[in-house]
Design a protein around this ligand. Structure first.
Ligand code: PBG
Length: 328
C-alpha cells in the first residue's frame, strides 16, 4: 500500500457546484408572502418624507400609504404594519382611541384600498402617541402603570378592530396585555380580530432609527418593561404567557441579535412565529452599503434567509418590497 494522503470520498462541495444544484438543495426559501412591511404614516403630511436614519424608508401621507399598500399587495407581500406619527401627543395617547386619530384613519384607508389582499396589522401600543414616549401611561412618580395601560390597550384595540384591522400588533410588553385585549375584543364581538403578540421583545439599542421615524419623545429607556438582552429563559416564560392568553401569532424582536431565542421559540410554539428585522438592523446594512463596504442586496437576502432558517415563518422588514423585487 503506497504511503499516500487520503483524498476525500465524501465531498459536500459537489452540491454547491452550480446555481441549479444549490437551488435544488436549499433548505430555506424566503417568499414574498412571508414578508410584512412596516410603514410610518404621519398626520398632516401631503408628500412622503424620507427618514434620515433609514434611507429608502418614508414617513407617508395617508394617500401615499394607500398607493404603497396597493404596490405591496401586487408584490405579493404577506402583510403591512402601520405605525402612527401624530401631530398632537398627550399623556394617555388620546389619538389611539379617536376614530379620527391617524392610526385609525390609516387602517381604514388601507383596508378600503386593498380589502383582504394583505393582512393589515396596526401597532397596538401607546409610545408613538404619548408625549412622554413610553409604551404605557405613567404614575405620578414617572413609572409605567401596567394595569392602567391595559385599560388603554383594550380601548385602543377596540378602536383598531372597528377600523378594520385583521391583526393587532401588541408591542407594548405590559404583563397580561394579550389576555386583556383578547377579552376586550371578544366582549365587543370582535372575535375574528387576531393578536400578533410581540411575545419576546428585548430592550434594544437597535430601535434607534425607529424612534427617529416616529419622532419619539422618549427620555430614558424601556428597561422596566422590555426584556434584558442577557436573558433567554425569560423568553420562554413570556412565550408561554402569551400562548396561554390567546396569542394567534408570536413574534421575537429584534431578529438577528436574537436568532438563538428565535430558534427556541420556534421549537416550542404551536402558533406561527414571526420575527422583526428592526430599524437598526436595516440601517446598518444601508449605511455600510452606502460606503461601499457591503453589498446591500446580498446582505438583505442573507439576513432574511437567516431569520427564516432560525424559525420565523413571518418576517417584518423594511426591506420587504426590495426583497420581493429581488425574489422575482
Ligand atoms: C413600540 C415599537 C418599537 C418598535 C416597534 N414597535 C419601538 C420601541 O419599542 O422602542 C421598533 C421597531 C424598529 O426598530 O424597527 N411601539
Amino acid at each position: 500500500m503506497p504511503n499516500s494522503p487520503e483524498f476525500p470520498v465524501i465531498r459536500p462541495r459537489r452540491l454547491r457546484r452550480t446555481a441549479a444544484l444549490r437551488r435544488l438543495t436549499a433548505e430555506t426559501r424566503v417568499h414574498p408572502s412571508d414578508l410584512v412591511l412596516p410603514v410610518f404614516v404621519k398626520e398632516g403630511l401631503t408628500e412622503p418624507v424620507e427618514i434620515a436614519t433609514m434611507p429608502g424608508v418614508y414617513q407617508h401621507s395617508v394617500d401615499s400609504v394607500r398607493k404603497l399598500a396597493v404596490d405591496a399587495a401586487r408584490a405579493g407581500l404577506g402583510g403591512i404594519m402601520p405605525f402612527a406619527v401624530p401631530l398632537v401627543r398627550d399623556a394617555i395617547g388620546s389619538a389611539a382611541t379617536d376614530p379620527n386619530g391617524i392610526l385609525n384613519v390609516t387602517t381604514r384607508a388601507i383596508k378600503e384600498e386593498i380589502g383582504d389582499d394583505l393582512v393589515v396589522i396596526p401597532d397596538l401600543c401607546l409610545d408613538e402617541l404619548t408625549d412622554h414616549g413610553h409604551c404605557g401611561v405613567l404614575r405620578p412618580d414617572g413609572s409605567v402603570d401596567n394595569d392602567a395601560t391595559l385599560v388603554r390597550y383594550g380601548e385602543m384595540g377596540l378602536a383598531l378592530a372597528e377600523s378594520g384591522a385583521d391583526l393587532l400588533g401588541a408591542s407594548g410588553m405590559m404583563d397580561g396585555q394579550i389576555g386583556y385585549v383578547r377579552a376586550a375584543l371578544d366582549a365587543a364581538g370582535h372575535t375574528d380580530t387576531g393578536l400578533l403578540a410581540y411575545a419576546v421583545k428585548y430592550a434594544s439599542a437597535f430601535y434607534g432609527p425607529f424612534r427617529e421615524a416616529v419622532e419619539s419623545q422618549l427620555q430614558g429607556d424601556r428597561r422596566t418593561y422590555q426584556q434584558d438582552p442577557a436573558n433567554a429563559a425569560e423568553a420562554i416564560h413570556e412565550l408561554e404567557l402569551d400562548l396561554e392568553q390567546g396569542a394567534d401569532i408570536v413574534m421575537v424582536k429584534p431578529a438577528l441579535p436574537y436568532l438563538d431565542i428565535l430558534r427556541t421559540v420556534a421549537d416550542r410554539s404551536p402558533v406561527p412565529v414571526a420575527a422583526y428585522h428592526i430599524s437598526g438592523e436595516y440601517a446598518q446594512i444601508v449605511a455600510a452599503a452606502e460606503r461601499g463596504w457591503i453589498n446591500r442586496e446580498a446582505a438583505i437576502m442573507e439576513s432574511l434567509t437567516s431569520i427564516k432558517r432560525a424559525g420565523a415563518g413571518i418576517i417584518a422588514t423594511y426591506a420587504a418590497m426590495e426583497a420581493a423585487a429581488l425574489l422575482r
